[in-house]
Design a protein around this ligand. Structure first.
Ligand code: C5P
Length: 226
């Protein structure tokens, strides 16, 4: 049994993509692999935390000593988070939650007999914003995956959702070193909090997770003093 900087703390972490049903055989989703969230879960256990991991559909093994709840859709992820957030000291939202879901899901497979098909989409709940609104005492860390203007969007997210920290990374082929962040083994992170920031250069996601946990712990320990 390990003792570390997070001994006695419970972390709730979301990871992976969500899938939003279009019909019984099709869905909308994204390229999130879940690797960053799973790496953070593992690093948090190493630091002594109790970890609850709410995961969308991914092909990853559950890290040792992590309690994993599997979900498919954003609404299921929101319900799972809601059911366990009361236990959490720290919430880390790494999941790439689908922003929209098809408004109506027919019971039968959609046939290709129309020359055009329009899908009507409805906004999904913002899980992270909801947690911060309903549980303001929970230390909330958001992730921001952007293709441009990283700092501006990350700082806006910090303010809009009133988060304690935002971890940002450029996705897509914005720069050669960040190409393929979704699904890749490596990442570059820029971490922002009110009044400060730090840069974690290109490294494997497991190594970045072990560097990010102490940054989170340090801000968490200072939360009531600022
Ligand atoms: O506003 P944006 O979606 O870019 O914010 C990203 C952050 O919010 C991530 O931490 C993500 O896990 C979280 N999020 C969420 N629920 C959503 C959308 C985003 O928890 N529906």
């Amino acid at each position: 049994f390990s003792t570390g900087s997070l001994t006695g703390r419970t972390l709730l972490i979301t990871a992976g993509p969500t899938r939003e049903a279009i019909d019984p055989v099709r869905y909308l989703s994204n390229h999130s692999s879940g690797k960053m969230g799973f790496a953070l879960a593992e690093a948090a256990v190493e630091a002594g935390a109790r970890v609850i991991l709410v995961s969308g559909p991914v092909n990853l093994a559950t890290p040792a000593h992590v309690e994993r709840l599997d979900v498919v859709s954003a609404q299921q992820m929101a319900a799972a988070v809601d059911s366990r957030i009361g236990e959490a000291d720290i919430f880390i939202a790494t999941a790439a939650v689908a922003d929209y879901r098809p408004r109506q899901v027919p019971a039968e497979k959609i046939k290709k007999d129309q020359p055009q098909l329009t899908l009507e989409l409805e906004k999904n709940p913002d899980i992270l914003a909801g947690v911060k609104q309903q549980h303001p005492g929970v230390f909330c860390v958001g992730f921001a995956a952007e293709t441009t203007d990283l700092e501006r969007y990350a700082r806006a997210k910090l303010d809009d959702k009133r988060l304690e920290m935002v971890v940002a990374n450029l996705v897509g082929s914005a720069t050669p070193e960040t190409e393929g962040t979704f699904g890749s083994e490596t990442n570059v992170l820029q971490v922002f909090w009110p009044g400060g920031e730090t840069h974690l250069p290109l490294a494997p996601k497991g190594q970045l997770a072990r560097q990010l946990i102490p940054v989170i712990v340090s801000r968490y320990e200072q939360r009531d003093m600022t």
